[in-house]
Structure formats: C-alpha cells, structure tokens
Write a protein that binds this ligand. Structure first.
Ligand code: TYD
Length: 205
C-alpha cells in the first residue's frame, strides 16, 4: 500500500504523517515514512541544491528534472523494495507535487512532466493520495508565522501558490478514484481523524 500526502505549502501535511504512521502501526502494520525531495543520501543531496536560497536563478525545467532525479533514486532504493516486502509507505509529497508546482505553478508543459514522471518512477503510482487543501493565503501565513524553515521556494508570489492550489484540485478531480480532498483549515486533530477515516475506508486497512 502506497499512500501519499499532498498539499500547498502550509497545509500541515508534515505534522500528519507521524501520527498516521503510529496509528497504522498500532493496527499491526509495518509502516515506513519518507518525504520528498529527499529520503535517500543521494536524494537529500539533490534537495540541498533545490532548497538553497542562493540558487534563485534556477529555471523551472531545471527544477523539474532535479525533483524527478531525486524521486527516481527514492523509488528504486526505498519505495519499491519496501512495497515488495509488504510494507505500507507513507510519503510526504510525491510525483503530484511536480505537476502542481512545476506544471500548474510554473507553466512547464504537463504532458512533458507526465512522461518524465513515468520515466522517473518506472510508472509507480500511489494507491491513495490525500490532498490537504488550504487556500493560498492561509497556507503562506502559516508558513511564515511558524513551523518549517523558510526556503527559496517559499519566496514565490502568492499568485504562484494560488495556481498550485487550484492545480491540486484539478488533479484530484481528474483521478477521483485515487485522490481524497481533506479540509486542512480544521485543527490538526480533526485533520488527523479525517485522514484515519479515509485511509480505513479507502484501503480496508
Ligand atoms: P519542504 O520544506 O519539504 O516543504 P513542505 O513541508 O511544504 O513539503 O519543501 C518542499 C518544497 O518543494 C515545497 O515548496 C514544494 C516544493 N516541491 C516542488 O516544487 N516540486 C516537487 O516535485 C516537490 C516534491 C516539492
């Protein structure tokens, strides 16, 4: 079972992963959590390049390829072998982030991104994707007033974050069998309860 959490910056994804993992472990499952970009030594090195504030001149195509490169390594080294062993993988961001940010956000051709993603992941898609949905203003405000380090990608304009949010919602509507939208304006406790309910209902866990 491969479950991903997606959402705009400040949607609170990262605080939801560990409690969900704990809950599933209590139910007797072996759960592995990871995040993107990163999750392997090589992918973390690529993350460094992507997040550096002084790399402001990076082009969207370069970004797209680097996110895909980090992901290719994570899939081969970590995700696929663990799925084969029967583990549940919870991943904080995955391929849909590239469609939302580089595709909808920066206008990189989404069909091209889709082929790059297919190549980078060897076609591995999540069984379930939770979209933690929050409007761009709330997300950015949360990001600025606490939680998480401020990074180069946070510095883009609000307009960019609006496109990302709308892009996510469109992605969810295109594949309703894989996506579930969670209202992330609720308290973290409520979001966690909602997520547990969805995971149980959708996967039979
Ligand atoms: P991070 O500090 O991990 O933020 P978050 O807690 O919001 O996940 O930074 C990841 C940033 O990279 C975030 O702004 C989203 C962006 N990103 C992309 O633009 N494309 C991608 O494919 C991925 C995985 C992330």
């Amino acid at each position: 079972m491969f479950i991903t959490l997606e959402g705009p910056d400040g949607s609170g994804k990262s605080t939801q992963v560990q409690p969900l993992a704990e809950y599933l472990r209590q139910e007797g499952y072996t759960v592995f959590t990871t995040r993107e970009p990163g999750g392997t030594t090589i992918s973390d090195q690529v993350r460094e390049v992507l997040m550096r504030l002084d790399n402001r001149s990076m082009y969207p195509r370069t970004e797209t390829l680097l996110f895909c490169a980090a992901r290719a390594q994570l899939v081969e080294e970590v995700i696929r072998p663990r799925l084969q062993r029967g583990e549940i993988i919870l991943c904080d961001r995955y391929a849909d982030s590239t469609l939302a940010y580089q595709g909808y956000g920066h206008g990189v051709d989404r069909d091209v991104i889709r082929s790059l993603l297919a190549f980078a992941t060897g076609g591995l898609k999540p069984d379930l994707t939770l979209l933690l949905d929050v409007d761009a203003e709330t997300g950015l405000r949360r990001r600025q007033t606490g939680g998480g380090e401020w990074n180069r990608l946070d510095a883009y304009q609000l307009e960019f974050h609006r496109r990302v949010r709308d892009g996510y919602r469109e992605l969810a509507s295109l594949e309703p069998e894989r996506w579930v939208i969670v209202d992330a304006e609720q308290t973290p406790e409520m979001v966690q309860l909602a997520i547990r309910g969805i995971v149980t209902a959708r996967t039979g866990i």
